[in-house]
Design a protein around this ligand. Structure first.
Ligand code: HEM
Length: 492
């Protein structure tokens, strides 16, 4: 043995004193340092961001606190933000938002990592993430299916199911009012609307406790572990077996629904897709999961925001009700032309304002710059992840003046030329936006006609609407209780 060469013990000591910290530092640098080709851009400091994720701060609060100052105080159109293990360029300016969301060639969608939870649930062959020909084909089929007449009758029946739940919830001894967890009921309404008309399966979740729905909610709750969101690599190192088990059970549920649909077709969107010879079983399943996710949490978030703002603004609630009663009368079922924006401009303005002030999707799914580009004053290198930040565009002080105030009038009388993008813009805009807007207006109109409502005195939202922490950029008001009181009308 060479007396001058280090013994194994020495080698181990050298390794642990020098190499391990070096590797550790290298890994941290790789995870947290801004890539050199983005350092010329303004950036949000890392530590407050990490603190925000670890404390489960909802997106809207984080954006307002850490990102909006770049738009409002520094007039920046873009800013670099660390999220989900990487630095991404957030687009804050409305014109740049349109430039990126409107150009599918230079800014295609960035596919999520194969081993992310998002991808496990929605697959990677769905309309939301595909680009090019695969997207064109799926988009064409879905757009055709969405051009069917709107299911207003279904929305009306579901609204009546909601009334039944409200009125069978026990009321306080000295009143005729009923306090319900509205955020939960709104989610169940949206799920039954999407289930019946789009997926072709009646979950009947307003009236019953669906196991499928409980599994879904539990899964969404379990996924939202800040550590895993900060370091997605952990999914590989310490897999979350319980979350995966639950998710796989839901995916099997989708597969079974599809199988049942083959032998018992309906007139829903999944049936239209099943008939298409070009769509593979994987594409069908991935689209079913995507429609389920894209179609119900968004609408239910919007419905909770709207009902909250009407509760805390009684005069606006009253004005919307006057309009609804004038158009619908006290009892008749509504039909589509009555619910159009032209027929009920004030209710429509309330819905638009709810979608502005708390957009159900705070950001749209990330794009990637295909080649070197210029956004505003800045050079953006090829392969940069880009996030169009809807919340930031909707809360820009220079554009809106008083963005934190719920003021439907801003959408009346030819106003509203401001950039309103809750459904995004350009060719990848939400293809169900008309469906969603009619769904919202139908339920809101029927509720306004039947009830007055307020926030309960002990509401956790007394000093402002609070969203849940969401791993999927969804703005979902949390545990929103509402007290409804039935209105009476003189006999006709
Ligand atoms: C208030 C309710 C809704 C909001 C705010 C909303 C918002 C959005 C947004 C922002 C996008 C663009 C995503 C992106 O570019 O990354 C989108 C796309 C999409 N949405 Fe919606 N959505 C709503 C309701 C629905 C409903 C009810 C469905 C159908 C069940 C649906 C299905 C889709 C689909 C399939 C896409 C992908 C379109 C494509 O990539 O071509 N959405 N939605």
């Amino acid at each position: 043995m060479d007396p001058f060469s280090p013994s194994p013990l020495h080698q181990a000591a050298i390794f642990s004193v020098f190499v391990v910290p070096l590797l550790f530092y290298g890994a941290l640098y790789h995870l947290f340092a801004i890539p050199s080709n983005l350092r010329h851009l303004p950036s949000v400091p890392l530590l407050p961001l990490l603190r925000s994720y670890l404390s489960r701060e909802p997106d809207d609060v984080r954006i307002k606190r850490l990102i909006m100052p770049f738009a409002d105080d520094l007039s920046e159109g873009v800013v670099v933000v660390w999220a989900m293990g990487k630095w991404m360029v957030h687009i804050l300016d409305s014109k740049l938002f349109m430039q990126v969301s409107g150009n599918m060639v230079d800014f295609p969608k960035q596919r999520p990592a194969k081993d992310s939870m998002f991808c496990r649930f929605m697959g990677d062959s769905n309309i939301v993430w595909t680009n090019g020909e695969a997207w064109k084909k799926q988009s064409h089929i879905m757009r055709q299916a969405f051009s069917l007449p709107l299911p207003i009758e279904l929305f009306t029946t579901l609204a009546e199911n909601v009334f039944q739940v409200i009125e069978t919830t026990s009321s306080a001894a000295d009143s005729h009012s009923h306090t319900v967890c509205w955020s939960d009921l709104a989610q169940r309404f949206a799920l039954d609307a999407v289930g019946t008309s789009i997926i072709g399966h009646n979950f009947d979740s307003i009236r019953t406790r669906s196991e499928f729905v409980s599994d879904y909610n539990q899964m969404m709750h379990d996924i939202a572990q800040p550590l895993y969101l900060i370091a997605p690599l952990l999914e590989r190192v310490v897999p979350r077996k319980k979350v995966i088990w639950r998710m796989d059970r839901l995916i099997r549920g989708f597969e079974e629904l599809l199988e049942a649909k083959r032998s018992d077709p309906g007139d829903d969107i999944m049936t239209a897709m099943l008939k298409h010879p070009d769509l593979s079983p994987t594409q069908l399943r991935d689209n079913m999961a995507s429609l389920f996710l894209a179609g119900h949490d968004t609408t239910s978030g919007a419905m909770s925001t709207l009902i909250y703002h009407l509760a805390v603004h009684p005069k606006i609630q009253e004005a919307a009700r006057d309009e609804v009663i004038e158009i619908l009368g006290p009892t008749a079922d509504p039909f589509a032309p009555q619910l159009s924006p032209q027929s009920m401009p004030y209710l429509n303005a309330c819905v638009r304002e709810a979608l502005r002030i708390n957009p159900p999707a705070d950001y749209i799914t990330p794009r990637i710059s295909h080649m070197d580009a210029t956004l505003g004053n800045y050079y953006i290198p090829a392969l940069t992840p880009l996030v169009c930040n809807t919340y930031a565009v909707h809360h820009n002080k220079a554009t809106w003046g008083d963005p934190e105030i719920f003021r439907p009038e801003r959408f009346l009388h030819g106003q509203g030329a401001e950039p309103w993008v809750p459904f995004s813009s350009g060719p990848r805009q939400c293809l169900a936006y008309n469906f969603a807007l009619y769904e919202l207006r139908t339920l809101a109109a029927m509720l306004l006609r039947r009830y007055d409502w307020v926030l309960p005195e002990d509401s956790i939202h007394a000093s402002g609407l609070r969203n849940a922490f969401s791993p999927f950029a969804l703005a979902l008001p949390i545990d929103l209780s509402i007290t409804f009181t039935r209105r009476s009308y003189p006999e006709a």
